[in-house]
Design a protein around this ligand. Structure first.
Ligand code: TEU
Length: 517
């Protein structure tokens, strides 16, 4: 692989800045905190950092309500500091990916404020008269409740997410122009890539019809007009050597792959893998379908186990229903963390052995569980819009534990979300000393991972319930998802294991190894 192709097999670490590390002691993570931890990230061995939105924001949706796309939220730092961070990371061989939110802006964005004043900026959004006392159509917000909010003047505006996130009108040329300028702005500041938030939702049917189950095209998901937008974005990326990763959430694999054609997005998140249950057949099918859908368009697959929207991996795999990822669970779902951790360790070796790029959400390398957030501390709008039944996504966004013996586990000041009492046990400094820790496993796995080369995947025939495959370099990954221990295929060297073999040298259940044949 050439330098320019780094993204085809990269390990990309997701930084949720607000919860990563707090450099100034105010309880909110910041760029100073990230800069201080760059050596940690270099030692972990990741190739790039994806920063969740770091722009000025009222934080009604963790920064996905952007008030200014060309600056840094003062709670995080300054633009000059971001440029320093980008350069310092690059010195360590780590590239930067920024998160662009094109579907909507904050209600505090100058455009929306001007629109509320009745200016021509109204055309940049979807303002409509209601149907009597009812909203203009029956669309629902992704967070629950109607997708429309009524203003004192009687008009309604569309928001597919929270009311503080009005949707932009992508049929308006100024919206396109503005986002192309924003892309250039960040690419010119040295970022290597851009994550595109809610990438399949931007374009709406201009008639804004009621939703009809199964009707194609959908009034706001995966509309054909999107491809023209991403083609012009791709030209901008190519001028700067930048790459895209789209948050394209589409179950239909053919429609999904259209976004990855050579003149569109470079990559997209693999939500099929993320929402796959801990089941050998389902995992193998997900892997096969992923590789099959990417091959014709020549795009590399991505492997995602967790992100800031879903339940932490060790918790998900420690529950009876291991499949769910996008919908959160009721409060107090029974969880076996020991089992979940064993599986998460095996899943780490599985995902890092597959062909393509791997996304690693901060804290996964520490094996953090989903935290129970006291109800009166929850901030996620998803919780409120569910009427309080859904705990929301804050449980995977708790400030990280760095130092076991320090106040707030070394995060910094009193964290904006409370840390569970056992957080110090997960602290990075403690795990760095422990060869059996999740951190040590991730460090070794990321270091050894290049032994798989960039060859294609070949499945080996092994007993039922076991997944085993090789890549061109003669290195094999074996994952045991059966109920009993299994014999290992012939090999000359055991490179890495997610856990010990049993006393007869067999691979126990919920365990993975990397072997040299
Ligand atoms: O998420 C978009 C998305 O797919 C969500 O609707 C997802 O289904 C939801 O979070 C339920 O889990 C992106 C961001 O990742 C998310 O954090 C933002 O809240 C959302 O966009 C709005 O910008």
């Amino acid at each position: 692989l050439t330098q320019a192709d780094w993204w085809r097999s990269a390990v990309i670490y997701q930084v949720y800045v607000r919860s990563f590390a707090d450099g100034d002691g105010d309880g909110t993570g910041d760029l100073a905190g990230v800069r201080a931890r760059l050596p940690y990230l270099a030692e972990l061995g990741v190739n790039a950092l994806w920063f969740n939105p770091w722009y000025p924001s009222p934080m009604k949706d963790g920064g996905y309500d952007v008030a200014d796309y060309r600056a840094i939220d003062p709670a995080f730092g300054t633009l000059a500091e971001a440029e320093k961070l980008i350069a310092e990371a690059r010195e360590l061989g780590i590239r930067t990916i920024v998160d662009i939110v094109p579907n909507h802006v904050s209600d505090q964005h100058p455009w929306f404020r001007a629109a509320l004043e009745g200016g021509p900026e109204r055309d940049l959004f979807h303002f409509r008269a209601g149907r009597g006392e009812l909203p203009p159509n029956d669309w629902r917000s992704q967070f629950g409740g109607p997708a429309w909010t009524r203003l004192p003047d009687g008009d309604w505006y569309l928001h597919l997410f929270a009311p503080e996130q009005p949707d932009l009108n992508w049929a308006h040329p100024a919206v396109r122009q503005e986002h192309e300028d924003i892309l250039r702005f960040w690419l010119e500041r040295g970022v290597a890539g851009v994550r595109i938030d809610s990438a399949a939702l931007l374009v709406k049917d201009p008639r804004l019809p009621d939703f009809v189950e199964g009707r194609d095209p959908h009034p706001y998901v995966d509309r054909d007009e999107l491809h023209d937008i991403y083609r012009s974005w791709r030209r901008i990326a190519d001028e700067h050597g930048g790459v895209f990763v789209g948050e394209v959430w589409l179950p239909d694999t053919e429609r999904f792959a259209r976004y990855l054609r050579p003149d569109e997005l470079h990559t997209a998140f693999n939500f099929s893998f993320l929402s796959c249950p801990w089941d050998p057949d389902r995992l193998r099918t997900s892997i096969d379908e992923t590789l099959a859908e990417h091959a014709p368009v020549g795009a590399p697959a991505t492997w995602v186990l967790c992100n800031h929207d879903v339940t932490r991996t060790v918790t998900r795999y420690g529950r009876e229903d291991t499949a769910f990822a996008f919908a959160t669970k009721a409060f107090g779902t029974p969880t076996d963390l020991e089992l979940g951790t064993r599986r998460a360790r095996a899943a780490a070796l599985l995902s890092l052995a597959l062909p393509g790029a791997v996304y690693l959400y901060q804290g996964e390398e520490l094996g953090l569980p989903e935290a129970d957030i006291p109800r009166d501390r929850i901030e996620d709008p998803m919780h409120f819009r569910s009427g309080g039944t859904d705990p929301g996504r804050d449980g995977c966004r708790v400030p990280l534990p760095w130092v076991a013996e320090a106040p707030h586990a070394g995060f910094g000041g009193e964290p904006w979300l409370p840390q569970p009492a056992d957080w110090p046990a997960y602290a990075a400094d403690r795990q760095a000393q422990d060869p059996g820790s999740m951190l040590s496993l991730y460090r070794r796995a990321i270091r050894i991972r290049p032994v798989f080369g960039d060859g294609p995947l070949t499945w080996l025939s092994v007993p039922e319930g076991v997944l085993a495959f090789t890549r061109a370099e003669g290195v094999t990954c074996v994952v045991n998802l059966a109920d009993r221990a299994t014999d290992l295929p012939a090999h000359t060297e055991l490179l890495l294991g997610s856990g010990p073999l049993d006393d007869r040298g067999r691979l126990p259940k919920d365990t993975a190894v990397w072997l040299r044949s």
